[in-house]
Design a protein around this ligand. Structure first.
Ligand SMILES: [Zn+2]
Length: 740
């Protein structure tokens, strides 16, 4: 094909001469081949060029030879794009005319947008940031470009492509709508195919066995023949309803509870592990549905390719391979920490070329933490491409949420998924200068400094990490000051209100990190802990400002598990209140009748009155009791009066942290005779709900003098039956007693 085009151009160059400066006059769609799609592409080109002041008319006709001043859009007599892959396209012209033509539904449209970007200087940085150059003196280029996507499927599950079709098309992305048209089930579908709430009571033996017990919230027992038959029957029904979907996921749920019944264990030993058992099962399903692709997961306990008696995926089996465990501080291909991932990837490559790569590009635990992962995107995508990946899924926040650095991150990923060999640094520079104007150089400096400091520290950058993870490296006090100085320069560089708003969006990540580090007692020189009472107002001020900004930008969530900006503000406010209200219990002696459980011992008994409240990070400031009662006695002193008692408990069922089943407050003057003053019996929601900090307060009818306060909090007797850790002891987490 390339040969055909070049030959053709050579003949035209002779006809018109190479240095002609021809202004385009018309957009031509070829009469006998005209489709609605090509007409749409022609109109997009017309509209976009019109924004730049170049007004062209569209004409439908047949030209034997390309005519001077014409831009040919869509199928045409001068090139056959049949050999290009879906979405691929060709752009060529000799300076007198130009041709834009592509393969499949989107190829020509991609050619139109690439023409605008590459030859005209248009940019679409975000759906609201279209850069339109002055097109009055534009002349047609003399050039040839043939583009083929590195990956047949390219999705970054982020806000922009799912809220702007223009953005998705311009950046050659698939969207969640495309995915839904392609996939019947997408992932973790065991629970959809054989739901526990429908089948568990009648057939517990269909579900995974752990420690001799069948689990509701686990996996399926793949060696049970009834499971295979039931699953295939249900799959046949749903395929009937949505027959146009090509790919159907039959894949484990999102947990590690693989079946360990004797039959499954026998199968695992035959195939060298649970992946072999799964793949054997999937191949059998795939043979039942030969005209569909059955997709399954190489994820967590099935990430390694089968060993022992090796099973190869059938030709209509797709392997969804996931990089959830990888660090983001260094490229997978070169990181000494990723040898086992590389082995798994390369093992799969030997078995199949039908790999769907599921990669992760944001910090899921803290969307707004600065997350300097841009430097690993390019080498990772190159590595995936070179290892047989055909479909690429970059998981970000899903359709509706946003994160720090979203504008640039999404833009860069889109470009790299199309072609991982572009010059990524010049894309970043172009973005910063184009999107932030004169402030761009400062933003680029923040990004570069942060990345360099992360790499220098050698610390892990984790998709489930926190700001405090960076305290010895890219988020050290010293570095935070450098970023703040650069932000100051950025603001000083521009008066443009649109750009200043973009700077604020960028700056929110620094505010978030500052608040997180301060509430973890880490950012000592900005908010010295001893002086925090004096600085509380400025910390509260920053929190309010961040919450206001996030709400102003329409941000809904602060993390994957939920938490709105308002709730985040409340948690920080409550933390500060607990920490600096100096209630009557502040630094009073505490006697713990039962010791806390490792590693959540915090500072021992004193933690309950040290004025350090917990935040939405279970690793800090929380005192934990694993399956055990919290029984604490606080000596209030002789003159203290009790008006109210309150304590907070952390609720985070994903990590086995539940609310106590009861919390009881007692007072006494002799530590012998206790008078109950309040009892709370909270309900734990029966779902893996959003984490929360819950307050349990008892107000007394009248102020009462007491020398001692006793708190007894009983954990749930065991983790409830619906949970994947059913039957195990539950944690309770508390931080501080506030007496007023
Ligand atoms: Zn089993």
């Amino acid at each position: 094909m390339r040969r055909i085009i070049l030959f053709f151009i050579a003949s035209c160059l002779l006809a018109f001469g190479a240095n002609a400066k021809t202004k385009p006059q018309r957009i031509v769609v070829t009469t006998d081949r005209l489709t609605e799609n090509d007409m749409y592409c022609a109109k997009q080109l017309q509209e976009m060029l019109g924004k730049g002041g170049l007004s062209l008319y569209i004409v439908s006709r047949f030209d034997e030879q390309p005519q001077r001043g014409s831009i040919y859009v869509g199928d045409n007599p001068y090139i056959n794009t049949d050999d290009l892959p879906e979405g691929g396209y060709a752009m060529f012209g000799d300076g007198n005319w130009f041709v834009l033509s592509g393969q499949g539904d989107k190829g020509t449209l991609y050619a139109v947008y690439d023409f605008l970007e590459r030859y005209c200087g248009y940019r679409l940085y975000t759906p609201d940031a279209l850069v339109v150059p002055d097109m009055h003196n534009f002349t047609l280029p003399s050039d040839t470009t043939i583009e083929r996507p590195a990956f047949a499927y390219r999705e970054v599950s982020y806000y922009y492509p799912n809220h702007s079709q223009l953005y998705a098309d311009w950046h050659r992305l698939h969207t969640s709508v495309d995915r839904e048209g392609l996939f019947g089930y997408f992932v973790h579908s065991f629970k959809d195919l054989i739901p526990a709430n429908v089948h568990f009571d009648a057939h517990p033996e269909w579900f995974s066995m752990r420690d001799g017990k069948r689990l509701r919230d686990g996996q399926l027992c793949l060696s049970n023949p009834e499971v295979f038959d039931t699953l295939c029957a249900l799959l046949a029904q749903v395929i009937d309803i949505a027959a146009d979907r090509k790919i159907w996921s039959v894949s484990p749920n999102d947990n590690y509870n693989v079946c360990q019944c004797p039959e499954c264990l026998r199968s695992d030993s035959l195939f060298g592990g649970p992946t072999g058992t799964l793949l054997n099962f999937i191949n059998r399903v795939a043979r039942r549905f030969p005209d569909k692709t059955i997709s399954t997961l190489a994820y967590q306990y099935t990430r390694s390719a089968p060993k022992g008696l090796v099973v190869k995926p059938d030709s209509n089996v797709n392997i969804m391979f996931c990089s959830i465990e990888c660090g983001r501080e260094e490229a997978i291909a070169t990181s000494p920490k990723e040898t086992s991932f590389r082995k798994d990837m390369e093992d799969w490559k030997r078995l199949t070329d039908n790999i769907f790569m599921w990669d992760y590009v944001v910090q899921f635990r803290n969307y707004w933490n600065p997350f300097p992962n841009l430097h690993v995107l390019q080498p990772n995508l190159r590595y995936f491409r070179d290892n047989g990946v055909r479909m690429m899924y970059e998981q970000a926040t899903g359709n509706d949420n946003e994160t720090s650095w979203m504008e640039l991150r999404c833009y860069l990923i889109a470009k790299l998924m199309w072609n991982p060999d572009i010059d990524a640094d010049s894309v970043i520079t172009d973005f910063c200068n184009g999107y932030y104007g004169a402030a761009g150089v400062c933003i680029k400096a923040v990004i570069d400094t942060m990345t360099a400091e992360l790499v220098k520290s050698g610390n892990r950058l984790d998709i489930y990490g926190y700001s405090v993870d960076g305290i010895e490296g890219y988020l050290s006090s010293n570095n935070m000051h450098r970023y703040r100085k650069l932000m100051e320069r950025a603001y000083n560089a521009t008066d443009d209100t649109v750009i200043r708003k973009r700077l604020r969006y960028f700056e929110m990540a620094l505010d978030f990190a500052t608040i997180e580090l301060a509430t973890n007692g880490e950012l000592n020189d900005l908010f010295p802990y001893e002086e925090l009472p004096d600085n509380v107002d400025s910390l509260i001020g920053m929190t309010h400002q961040l919450t206001r900004s996030l709400n102003g930008f329409g941000v809904k969530q602060m993390m994957e598990m939920g938490i709105s900006p308002d709730l985040y503000g409340q948690v920080i406010g409550r933390y500060l209140y607990k920490t600096f209200s100096y209630g009557n219990a502040y630094f009073r002696p505490v006697e713990l009748r039962k010791q806390p459980s490792k590693p959540y011992t915090c500072d021992g008994a004193q933690s309950l009155t040290d004025g350090a409240g917990g935040i939405m990070d279970y690793r800090h400031w929380w005192l934990g009791f694993y399956g055990d009662t919290l029984d604490a006695v606080i000596s209030l002193g002789y003159t203290d009066t009790v008006n109210s008692v309150s304590m907070d408990f952390y609720f985070y069922p994903l990590s086995w942290i539940f609310l106590p089943q009861s919390i009881t407050y007692y007072i006494s003057n002799d530590k012998q005779h206790w008078k109950q003053i309040g009892k709370h019996t909270p309900d734990n929601p029966a779902i893996l709900a959003t984490p929360a900090i819950r307050t349990f307060e008892t107000k007394l009818d009248k102020p009462t003098k007491a020398k001692y306060l006793r708190i007894v909090a009983e954990p749930l007797p065991e983790i409830p039956a619906w949970h994947r850790a059913a039957g195990k002891p539950a944690w309770i987490f508390t931080d501080e007693v506030v007496v007023e």
